[in-house]
Design a protein around this ligand. Structure first.
Ligand SMILES: C[S@@+](CC[C@H](N)C(=O)[O-])C[C@H]1O[C@@H](n2cnc3c(N)ncnc32)[C@H](O)[C@@H]1O
Length: 185
């Protein structure tokens, strides 16, 4: 009994460390988005049934699940953390959307996201310039990108939710930035 308890404790500690350390290594911590904020972001992006949403850094899969359950979309999560991937996989099954949700383990900077109609991304300003290049080179015209808490330095948003700090971009992106967008309002 004592040995079993020790093994389970060590396993939990290892999983806990993996949950925090892998994202930290990639410079983007595992902080989740509130459900109400996710819903507003997907509404801002006008996600439609049967469109494909990509979440770059999917965490526990909550964005994928809402996209599939409430919006009827297909959802693909790219996630570098193995524990987060497992959590997202389990979450999709528990929520009955496993046929519409796919979780892919890997670095989103190296992923092919060209099939996306909508890209959801909760990253940091320091990753914005690199993401701009990737999104611009891969996404088709008409695709939308919705960002949480950070904006792109060289793109003018198509819409902006100042209460939830959400930024919407349509491809191909307009030159400008948040200041040029606000100047037109
Ligand atoms: C801020 S959390 C957002 C989680 C989820 N999208 C949400 O909004 O609730 C960022 C996630 O991205 C993952 N991540 C960090 N860098 C990554 C990378 N280069 N490629 C794939 N996933 C990454 C982290 O493990 C973490 O789960």
């Amino acid at each position: 009994m004592d040995v079993l308890f020790l093994i389970l404790s060590l396993l939990l500690i290892a999983l806990g460390w993996t949950w925090f350390l892998v994202p930290a290594f990639y410079g983007l911590p595992s902080v989740h988005t509130r459900k109400g904020r996710i819903r507003k972001a997907l509404q801002l992006a006008e996600l439609k049934a049967d469109e494909t949403l990509y979440d770059l850094g999917a965490g526990d899969g909550r964005v994928l699940i809402m996209a599939a359950r409430e919006f009827g979309a297909r959802a693909v999560g790219i996630e570098v953390g193995p524990v987060q991937c497992a959590a997202a996989w389990v979450n999709a099954r528990v929520n009955g959307v496993r046929h519409r949700v796919r979780v892919q383990r890997g670095d989103f900077f190296k992923a092919d996201i060209s099939a996306a109609d909508v890209v959801f991304v909760y990253a940091t300003s320091s990753q914005a310039s690199r993401l701009e290049k990737q999104l611009e080179s891969q996404l088709r015209p008409g695709a939308r990108v919705v960002t949480i808490s950070f904006d792109f330095p060289d793109w003018e948003p198509a819409d902006f939710d100042k209460y939830e700090l959400l930024f919407l971009y349509r491809m191909p992106p307009a030159e400008g930035n948040l200041v040029s967008f606000l100047a037109q309002q």
